[in-house]
Write a protein that binds this ligand. Sequence first.
Ligand code: AMP
Length: 284
Amino acid sequence: MQVLHTISQTREIILNQKQKGRSLGLAPTMGALHQGHLSLIRRSAAENDFTVVSIFVNPLQFGPNEDLDAYPRTPDSDIEAAQSAGADLIFHPSAEEILGKEMLAFVDIEKLQDNLCGRSRPGHFRGVCTIVAKLFNIITPDRAYFGQKDMQQFIILKKMAQDLNFDIDMLLCPIVRESDGLAMSSRNKYLSPAQRRDAVVLHRAIDRGMQLYGNGETNAKKIISALVDFIRQTPSARIDYVSIVDEDMQDVAQVQKGHILALAVFIGKTRLIDNHIFGEPVTL
Ligand code: AMP
């Protein structure tokens, strides 16, 4: 497995693979790899001849008061983990390599970013779309792998790929969870032991939401208000949003199969997200 830091070297290797007729998979990440990331890499390695993992903590997707500087960076263990999951190449560029001196062109998405994380984090998805579009142009994968953990991100990137004619299969992988149900996230590293225990409230809320729906409740407001009450019982938890949306990220009044329960909750200063699709079984 190679680790490359420049666009030109990476393009050379990719061209070589393409000339040999090899299929290419890409798993874009911000590093601090955990089993969630590794599930994407494993799937790509199973479905493609050559798997690229990008590691880039994207400054464009962080707001001014967010955790860009504190974001965990663990390149050595990332390389080992990615390799053992089947990666063939790690593309690990510097911010300067990717952003150049001054970026003036960006990719924006309308409507789909007006709710959920897009509403709470203005400019976030513009940053995500811009960098993923750049990665698509550099790596030119046949398939790209994303986690359901960031469901809105996936829906947005899929629409971006469609609207900008990227000829790439956009594939969604299930959320990988800790044994108590907490969705794995690089940000879980910020949690103190007590906060880590409290963080399970997101998954428990999802479980409750699915139970209410399973018992016949379809009024979105009632489900949301029950979950808000439940989450508020955890003192370290501060709700950013609890929402039920359709695949266009619009709030719904009546819940049906396929709608998405999405939450963002601060545990202390750490903002965690989770989601679940109504009608799908809750598993750990
Ligand atoms: P990140 O490094 O947080 O930007 O995530 C890179 C990719 O890994 C995104 O497509 C995420 O949705 C995915 N991912 C992160 N956490 C998980 C998880 N717990 N389960 C599955 N995929 C995940």
